[in-house]
Design a protein around this ligand. Structure first.
Ligand code: BG6
Length: 520
C-alpha cells in the first residue's frame, strides 16, 4: 500500500516548516516558570528540527540581575529538565544557548527600554534589529505599560502595508478578566500596533489534536455530512485535570475555572467543533467563522444560568492514591471561598445547523484523571428490528476526539456477538496518534512560537473573539450574582465533580461520559 500524505501549506510558512526571516525574540518575564518550562524547550525543539530562522536571537528581560552566561546556563538546564526528548545533544544545546542574551531591568522604568534599544541596535543585522517578537510572559497588569514603553523607545511601530520589517506582540492569557477590562486592554494595545501585530495566546490552539478538529471535520465526507442537528443528539466537551490549584491559590481566587478554562480553552474547542466551514484556510476566514459561532450561542439570561450552569468546588479527597486537601485549605485561598474549581454548562447554538442540540461543557480541578475530549453523541436508530427480539438497549453511535493524553479518535458502534443468538454489543474503532504517526507530538508552544515568527495569526485569538467569549462568561458570572455554593456543588477531590453536574443532564435523559485512563 502506498502511504500518501497531503501537506497543506499555511500562509506565511512557505514550505510549511520554517520561519524564514531572521528575527529577535524578546521575552518579558524571562525568570518566570513559563519561560523555563515551555518557551525555551519549545524554541530548542524548533531549533533542532531546523524550523528556526537561519539567524535569530533571544533576549530575556526581567528584573533580577544576571549575566548572559548565567541565564544561558539556566536555559540549558531548562532544556535538560523540560525538553520532550529524552536525549539532549550537548553540542546542539550549547550552540542553541549561544543565541541567548539577558537584559536586566525594571519593566516600569524607561531606561530599561532605552538600554534594550541600544542592545538590539548592537546586533547589527537589520533583520535581527528590526524583526521583533515581543513575548509578554508577565503579569497582565503590565501588558499596557510594556507596550507603551516599547513604543516610546522606538521599538514598536504601527506597521504599514509595505514595511520591510515587522514587530509583533505575543500576549499570554489571561487577556482581561471581563469584557470591560479586555476591551480597555485591546484599545490600549491598538494605540501603538495594528490588530495583525497582536498574537493573543490560547495554548490549546497550539495542540496538535485541537488543530486536527478542523482537518478531521472538513476532510472527511462521512463525518461532515452527519455534523448537524439531524444526526447528532448532543455533544460533550470535557477538560478534566487531576491536579488542584497548587501554588496558584491567589490567582485562582480571582479567576475560578470559568475565567481560567471555560472562557478560553473550552469555548475555543467548542468553536472549532461547531463552526461552519470557512471559505479558505486564511487566518481571517477561520477566525470569522469562530466568532460567528460564539455569537450564535444563546445568551445566558439569569434564568438560563440558574438551570444551565453548575459550579463546583473540591473538598479534601484522594486522587490516584494521593491525598489532597480541600480548595478552602489551599495556600492563599479564603477559608470561606465560594470560588469555583469546576464548571459545567449546557449551551445551545442558535443557528441552522445546531438548533436544539445541547452542548455540554465541563472542566474541573482534582478530578480522577487528566483528559480532554470531545464526545459527539449521535441519535439512535429506530429500534424496531431488535426490539422485536427483546434487545431494547441498543447503544447509539458515538465519536470521541481524544485531545490529550493518549491522543486519538474512537468510533463506537454496535456489533453482533458471535453465536447463534441475536445479541449486540457496542464495539469501537480506534485511531491512535502514536500508533499511526509515532511518538512525535510537538508541544503547543512550538507551533505557537513558530507561527508568531512566521506571522500567521490563525492559531491566535482575535480581538472580537476574546471579547465575545468574555461576554458569554460575564453573563454567567452576573447570573451567579455572588451567591454562595450550595451543598450539591461540592465534590470530593478524586471524583467526577458535584452531584449538581449530573442534575444538569438528567432532565434531557443524558449522562456524562467520563474519559477513561487509556482508551485503547
Ligand atoms: C492553563 C490554566 O491555561 O491551562 C491552568 O491556567 C491549567 O489552570 C492549564 O492547568 C491546563 O493546560 P494543559 O495544557 O495542561 O491541559
Amino acid at each position: 500500500m502506498v502511504d500518501s500524505s497531503t501537506t497543506i501549506t499555511l500562509p506565511g510558512l512557505e514550505d510549511g516548516r520554517r520561519a524564514d526571516e531572521p528575527c529577535t525574540i524578546v521575552i518579558f518575564g524571562a525568570s518566570g516558570d513559563l519561560t523555563a518550562r515551555k518557551l525555551i524547550p519549545a524554541l530548542y525543539h524548533l531549533y533542532t528540527e531546523g524550523q528556526m530562522p537561519e539567524s535569530f536571537r533571544v533576549i530575556g528581560v526581567a528584573r533580577r540581575e544576571k549575566t548572559d552566561e548565567s541565564w544561558r546556563a539556566e536555559m540549558r538546564a531548562g532544556v535538560e529538565t523540560y525538553s520532550r526528548t529524552h536525549q539532549v545533544d550537548d553540542a546542539q544545546r550549547d550552540a542553541f544557548a549561544a543565541n541567548f542574551e539577558y537584559h536586566p531591568g525594571d519593566l516600569t522604568d524607561a531606561d530599561t527600554y532605552v538600554a534594550l534599544a541600544k542592545r538590539l541596535a548592537g546586533l547589527g543585522d537589520p533583520c535581527l534589529v528590526n524583526n521583533l517578537v515581543f513575548y509578554l510572559a508577565i503579569s497582565p497588569s503590565l501588558f499596557g505599560e510594556v507596550v507603551d514603553q516599547l513604543h516610546t523607545a522606538g521599538l514598536l511601530h504601527r506597521m504599514g502595508e509595505d514595511d520591510e520589517h515587522w514587530q509583533r506582540v505575543v500576549v499570554e492569557k489571561p487577556f482581561g478578566h471581563n469584557l470591560q477590562s479586555a476591551h480597555v486592554l485591546n484599545n490600549h494595545l491598538l494605540r501603538h500596533v495594528r490588530e495583525r501585530q497582536i498574537f493573543r495566546i490560547d495554548h490549546y490552539l497550539g495542540k496538535e489534536t485541537v488543530q486536527n478538529i478542523m482537518m478531521f471535520r472538513f476532510s472527511n465526507a462521512i463525518f461532515e455530512q452527519l455534523w448537524n442537528r439531524e444526526a447528532i443528539e448532543h455533544v460533550q466537551i470535557t477538560v478534566s485535570e487531576d491536579i488542584g490549584v497548587g501554588g496558584r491559590g491567589g490567582y485562582f481566587e480571582e479567576a475560578g475555572t470559568l475565567r481560567d478554562m471555560t472562557q478560553n480553552h473550552l469555548l475555543q474547542i467548542l468553536s472549532l467543533v461547531a463552526m461552519e466551514p470557512p471559505p479558505s484556510l486564511a487566518a481571517e476566514d477561520i477566525r470569522n467563522e469562530k466568532v460567528k459561532l460564539l455569537k450564535s450561542i444563546r445568551p445566558m439570561t439569569p434564568e438560563a444560568v440558574a438551570t444551565n450552569v453548575v459550579r463546583g468546588q473540591y473538598f479534601a479527597g484522594t486522587v490516584n492514591g494521593d491525598s489532597r486537601e480541600g480548595y478552602r485549605q489551599e495556600e492563599r485561598v479564603n477559608p470561606e471561598s465560594n470560588v469555583e474549581t469546576y464548571t459545567a454548562l449546557k449551551l445551545f447554538i442558535d443557528n441552522w445547523r445546531w438548533s436544539g442540540v445541547p452542548f455540554y461543557l465541563r472542566t474541573g480541578k482534582n478530578l480522577p484523571l487528566r483528559a480532554s475530549e470531545v464526545r459527539v453523541q449521535f441519535r439512535p436508530t429506530p429500534n424496531v428490528l431488535f426490539a422485536a427480539q427483546g434487545h431494547l438497549d441498543l447503544h447509539a453511535n458515538a465519536l470521541t476526539l481524544r485531545l490529550q493524553p493518549d491522543e486519538g479518535i474512537f468510533l463506537r458502534f454496535n456489533g453482533k456477538v458471535p453465536g447463534n443468538s441475536i445479541e449486540t454489543r457496542p464495539v469501537r474503532m480506534h485511531f491512535g496518534y502514536d500508533a499511526e504517526f509515532g511518538a512525535y507530538t510537538p508541544e503547543a508552544y512550538e507551533r505557537l512560537l513558530l507561527e508568531a515568527m512566521a506571522g500567521d495569526a490563525t492559531l491566535f485569538i482575535r480581538r472580537d473573539e476574546v471579547e465575545t467569549a468574555w461576554q458569554i462568561v460575564d453573563a454567567i458570572r452576573e447570573g451567579w450574582g455572588g451567591m454562595p455554593l450550595s451543598n450539591r456543588e461540592f465534590y470530593a477531590a478524586g471524583t467526577w465533580g458535584p452531584v449538581a453536574a449530573d442534575d444538569l443532564l438528567e432532565p434531557d435523559g443524558h449522562k456524562w461520559h467520563n474519559p477513561k485512563p487509556a482508551e485503547r
